[in-house]
Design a protein around this ligand. Structure first.
Ligand SMILES: [Zn+2]
Length: 98
């Protein structure tokens, strides 16, 4: 279970720093994609996206949902059961609800 604060992955300009270690950068890119996709449609229940799971060897695509009550985005890979929650995504470049 990944509990992620989106702002922890961003520099002062709100970008994903290029000098970030590769694994952290891949994670940050994944979270950014999830925020972008989820805030376009704002599904309240887990809904399919086209985002590939980042788990090694997994070819699944993740589902995501927006929790209106908590303001968190939940994502889940039905293939490997990799899952997590993203908070503090509001106002980032990938927030389509701005
Ligand atoms: Zn997976």
């Amino acid at each position: 279970m990944y509990i992620s604060n989106m702002t922890h992955f961003l520099d002062e300009q709100g970008n994903i720093p290029k000098q970030m270690p590769k694994e952290a950068r891949e994670l940050a890119n994944f979270f950014a994609l999830v925020v972008d996709s989820t805030t376009k449609t704002c599904p309240l229940t887990l809904t399919a996206t086209e985002i590939r799971c980042f788990h090694k060897g997994c070819h699944g695509t993740v589902n995501s949902a927006l929790s209106r009550a908590k303001g968190e985005i939940r994502w889940y890979c039905p293939v490997c059961e990799n899952e997590g929650v993203i908070s503090h995504w509001q106002g980032t470049k990938w927030d389509n609800m701005r």
